[in-house]
Every structure is written in C-alpha cells, then in structure tokens.
Design a protein around this ligand. Sequence first.
Ligand code: NAD
Ligand code: MG
Length: 386
Amino acid sequence: MSEKIGIAILGSTGSIGTQALEVIENRPDYFDLQVLTAGKNADLLIEQAKKYQPNTVVIGDEDSYQKVKDALWGENIHVYCGEDALCQVVEATNVHTVLTALVGYAGLKPTIHAIEAGKTIALANKETLVVAGEFITKLAKEKGVNIYPVDSEHSAIFQCLVGEFHNPIEKIYLTASGGPFRGFSISDLQKVTLEQALKHPNWSMGAKITIDSASLMNKGLEVIEAKWLFNLKPEQIDVIVHPQSIVHSLIQFQDGSMKAQMGLPDMKLPIQYALSYPNRLATNFPRFNFMDYPNLTFEAPNREVFKNLDLAYRVMDELGTSACALNAANEVAVDAFLNKKISFLEIGELNETVVNETKNILNPSYQDYVNSDQNAREKALQLLRK
Ligand code: NAD
Ligand code: MG
C-alpha cells in the first residue's frame, strides 16, 4: 500500500480507544495516527500523546486544557479543548478515517462534522445511530461516506455480507451474552448491586455499556443500530442469547442459508477490521480452540424481565425522535445508577416513563434531535427528583 491511513480517535482514553491504539501500534506501516481526544482523562491523554506523537489532541474538559498544553509543550503537537474543537479536528485534510469511540449522545455532533467533511467513519459510538439514524444515514449517502461498524455484532454481520452486497438479507440474528443477570427473575433483580452489574461475564468495557449490557438496553440499542446500518425492517432483526460470545452474529439469506462470524471475544478484531476494510491484516491475537468450547448454546432473551429490549423495538418502529428520547433517558438513568441514586430496575422504569411522556417528532431535523435529547434529559431528571 502506498499511502498510510490517517486516523482520528475520538475517545482514545476509553476501552475502545485504548484497544484501537494497540491495533494501530502494531502496524505503523499501515496506519498514521493524526488525532487523539479524551473527555476528562487528561493524564492518560498526555501519556498517549507523548508515546504516539499525533498531530493534534483535544481534551473535552476545558479546565484541563492548560495542564495538557503545559505537559505537551515542546512536543510539536497541537492542543485544543472543548466540543467545537472536537468537531473541527475531524475535518483535517490528513485525517482519512474517524473512529468514534466516545460514549453517548456526545458522539453525534462530531460524527456529523466528519461525514460532512467526507471522512470514512469507523463507528463504535452506537448512540449516534440510535439518536439520529435516519438523519445520519441520509447524510452519509449524500456525501458518499461509508460507515463501518466496530460493534462486534454489527462487524460480524458486515463481515458476513462481504461478497453478498447484491443479495437481499432475509433476517439477521444479533447475539447477546445475556450479561451478568441472565436467568434472573424480577425479584432477583430487585436485589442486585452496582458492583454485580459492573461485572460482565465475557467483555471488559466502559461503565455505561457494561450497565447497558446487564439491562439488555445495549442489545436494544444494537437492534436500532443494525436497522440503520443495514437498512432493515424491525421484523428482520432478531436477538438470540448466546452466553459464550463466540458466534458474534448471523445473517439468513433468501435461500435460507445462514452465515455466522465467529471468534474469541476480543474487540481488537472488529476495531481493526473497521480501520483496514477491505483488507484483513495479520495479527497475533489469541486463536479459538474448539476444545475450550465444547458447547455453544443459544436461548431466547427473557423480554418480560428485561423490558428495555421491547422498548427499543417500540421506539424503532415509531421512527422520529422516539429513540433519541429513549437514549437520553437511558443516559440519565445509567448515570444515576452508577452514582447509586436509583436501583437497577428503576433504569428500565425511568426509560419507559420518559418515552411514554415524550412527543415524537417525525422526519426530524438536526435541531429536533437536539431539542428531543434535552427535553428527555430534563424529564428524566425531574422524575428522579420526585
Ligand atoms: P469508555 O467510557 O471506556 O470511553 C469513552 C471515551 O470517550 C473516553 O476516552 C472518554 O474520555 C471519552 N468521552 C466520554 N464522554 C465524552 C464527552 N462528553 N466528550 C468527549 N469525549 C468524551 O467507553 P467505551 O466502552 O470505550 O465505549 C465507547 C463507545 O463504543 C460507546 O458508544 C460504546 O457503546 C461503544 N462500544 C464499546 C464496546 C466496548 O467493548 N467497550 C463495544 C462495542 C461498542
Ligand atoms: Mg456489541
């Protein structure tokens, strides 16, 4: 390959961000790291900047700006802070691909800027497609921009689709580990603690997605993400619980044939595939051994207990700003749960109440999403104060 791929990582200090750096570090001949950004973790951002020598860094937290600037003085690295800077750095000429590895609604605006600037998107920030899938996919089409999934399930579907883009999908199955509370009843869930919810059986991830995995909200968000990525109708998307997390997802084609993508649960693989597609780069990641997994099992998710999943299907069906409101409520609810202000079951209750009490706006503009996010957050915070 003649030219290296210029990469910007939004959220380089997080779980996806740090694993992406490992991937990039392995292939200095292939990737050229241009931009690193973090929300609040100035110390790790400084350490990463010194080690990887990007062109530019952005710290979201304005109070940490001087600290980062002082620490990187003399390093020949541009240092900026705040949301506007995040939106500008993705537009730089030497950036080819933007990896959106920041968490939550905050991913939406910089992703829009990146698409408008014609950058390829490696999308980890599923919330962007949940909040504004209709708007984002239309914009990407208009600008001729490809969005490659990083989420392991969607990467699996994408990998199964290679060579099949002309063949209609009949159905997809997104696999779910079931999280730490698989098999729990509602009365079991009444007693669970934050510490239990933070212990995911198969994946080590950021706090927000770990809680979303325990409540099956993550799978609900992924159903919506899949709808927009692969242009599917709700009835074409199914969820199947697969506790071993080896089959990362499956497609069923019109002839009844099914394709699955398998491997050990390691996010570095889907991250790398999104950054290097259509090429597969050699790695020394651990290999799967059948003898370690004599049983791969599958079961239906319990929708009575884990109500977030049906709630996600409902807002997906409604289109408009409903999913944006659900996402906002869930961000507030998860934050409250992480700060021990509400119980685990109250996350789903808050989500449902906010969605029920929110007006859905069809064919939304960008401003409609901004308003809907803000209104749903306010409503959720109000309910929390009651
Ligand atoms: P994380 O909490 O570990 O990291 C988040 C990163 O974003 C950090 O660098 C943080 O500094 C930055 N950030 C947070 N809030 C910000 C803000 N308001 N402005 C700017 N930067 C901000 O999260 P994660 O687990 O790496 O997840 C990142 C995204 O990837 C999420 O959307 C998640 O759903 C998705 N995802 C993660 C995994 C995983 O294995 N961790 C798997 C699939 C999808
Ligand atoms: Mg996933």
